[in-house]
Design a protein around this ligand. Structure first.
Ligand SMILES: [Zn+2]
Length: 455
């Protein structure tokens, strides 16, 4: 065994014993005399070995970069400092195309690609702790994420540690998710629109049966059909929105085809009844596709909360718990003053980090990033929680589309086997990240002159 492999195994062994937080591997190696940037690669390998040990799963698709760090370069012409991945071969200024020279100024040196890096060539995967959930789902997950290059992954790991110490995240996951697609009709007169609605309602069983036949492929069925009206100028609108209840899958494709067929049937029925319409369409504004709105009915509601005795919390904060509650309210109102209807703190970053690491659909988790935070006192405890009202997720490589092997591997290592577990993990991670952030802000530990450096 050479020196490097001995160092790697010593590091991962001390992580397993709990003597070394996994994100401290780099600084430990520097302490032992390994010179930067040679410490980044063994630190990543040690963390990888640790994650394999705690998850019982091996990495096979996720590769580890040999140079998992960035190095600074400078443009001699315009002075811009470029932080480039060490693998990068294009060493020209993106602005003026001059050849870059090695940066020699203050803080010159190598920086980690991302905090707590474990693998990934394009999306850099970080380890961000383990989280225990209970309630709707009972299990522990090993968290891997593809968040940004900052300290968020470490803050998240720290939050998970706190939540676990207080008994884990109590999760609520709705048993059914919803999918939605809306037929839209445009009429010249309000009377014609009213007549169309009557005809559609009289034939609704037959139209819905066609939708159900297609939705059955993903184990879903129509739970609600909603009618809505509006008008603008000479046009009178009729919305007929079909909502499907989905135990698994996301069912976005199936409901689209199903309601597309329903619209063709409805056109035929309206024509037969001699109800004239100017246009028949899919009105995708009303069905909420990628619309971050509190009244969006797509997806699944999921929440996670933690309960902490007030005395414990006050010792931890070194402040009365009322101050913590006041901060949560101040933050919530700050968001409202901006005109945003829901709170999003660190959540949107955590949520997109998990979607990016697992590569599940939808690849743009816009609606899923809606988040509400709550905190209240109950029987001598502080209860702190997060609610995600519309999480859309399809987990497997399925008829809904393929998930790349790296994404499947992330889920396998994490211990996610279905949509409900994905949602439970997502809410628990958001809880942990937000809770840690709120605590650190109230304790006055964040955003100070002291810069946390990993290298
Ligand atoms: Zn330049």
């Amino acid at each position: 065994m050479n020196d490097t492999s001995r160092l790697i195994s010593e590091l991962s062994e001390s992580m397993k014993r709990g003597d070394l937080p996994p994100w401290r591997a780099e600084s430990k190696l520097l302490d032992q005399g390994v010179k930067s940037p040679d410490h980044f690669f063994p630190a990543a390998l040690a963390r990888k070995a640790y994650v394999e040990d705690i998850s019982g799963e091996a990495f096979s698709h996720l590769q580890v970069l040999e140079k998992p760090y960035i190095q600074p370069w400078q443009c001699p012409k315009d002075g811009i400092i470029h932080n480039l991945e060490a693998q990068e071969k294009d060493l020209t200024c993106t602005v003026c195309k001059s050849a870059l020279t090695s940066y020699k100024g203050p803080l010159a040196g190598y920086a980690p690609l991302v905090a707590s890096y474990v693998a990934g060539l394009e999306d850099y995967i970080s380890y961000c702790g383990q989280i225990t959930v209970r309630g709707a789902i009972d299990r522990s997950f090993v968290n891997l994420t593809a968040m940004g290059p900052g300290m968020s992954a470490i803050g998240l790991a720290r939050g998970c540690f706190l939540v676990n110490r207080f008994g884990g995240a109590e999760v609520h996951v709705e048993p059914l998710a919803r999918t939605a697609r809306c037929m839209g009709y445009i009429f010249a007169k309000p009377e014609t629109r009213d007549r169309a609605r009557e005809v559609i309602e009289a034939n609704l069983e037959r139209i819905t049966a066609a939708v159900n036949e297609r939705l059955a492929k993903v184990g879903a069925k129509v739970g609600q059909v909603e009618f809505g009206t509006d008008n603008f100028g000479p046009d009178y609108f009729l919305y007929v929105c079909f909502y499907g209840d989905v135990p698994e899958y996301r069912a976005h494709g199936e409901i689209s085809w199903a309601v597309g067929e329903a619209r063709e049937i409805t056109d035929f029925i309206l024509n037969e009844a001699r109800v004239e319409f100017n246009l028949s369409v899919i009105a995708q504004g009303y069905d909420g596709d990628f619309k971050p709105s509190p009244s969006n009915k797509r997806g699944r509601r999921v929440s996670a909360q933690v309960r902490i005795p007030v005395k414990t919390m006050e010792e931890f904060l070194e402040k009365p718990v009322d101050r913590f509650l006041a901060f949560i309210e101040m933050d919530r109102r700050g968001v409202e003053k901006l005109g945003w209807f829901f709170y999003t703190g660190m959540g949107a970053e955590i949520i997109s980090g998990l979607y990016k690491a697992t590569r599940i659909n939808p690849r743009m988790p816009l609606t899923t990033c809606l988040e509400r935070i709550y905190a209240f006192m109950d029987r001598g405890d502080l209860v702190y929680g997060v609610e995600l009202p519309s999480v859309e997720a399809g987990v497997w490589s399925s008829i809904e589309g393929a998930v790349p092997p790296t994404g499947r591997e992330v889920m396998r290592i994490m211990g996610i086997t279905n949509t409900r577990e994905f949602c439970a993990n997502l809410a628990a991670q958001v809880l942990a990240g937000e809770f840690n952030l709120a605590c650190e802000i109230v304790r006055g530990k964040l955003y100070s002159r002291e810069v946390s450096r990993l290298y």
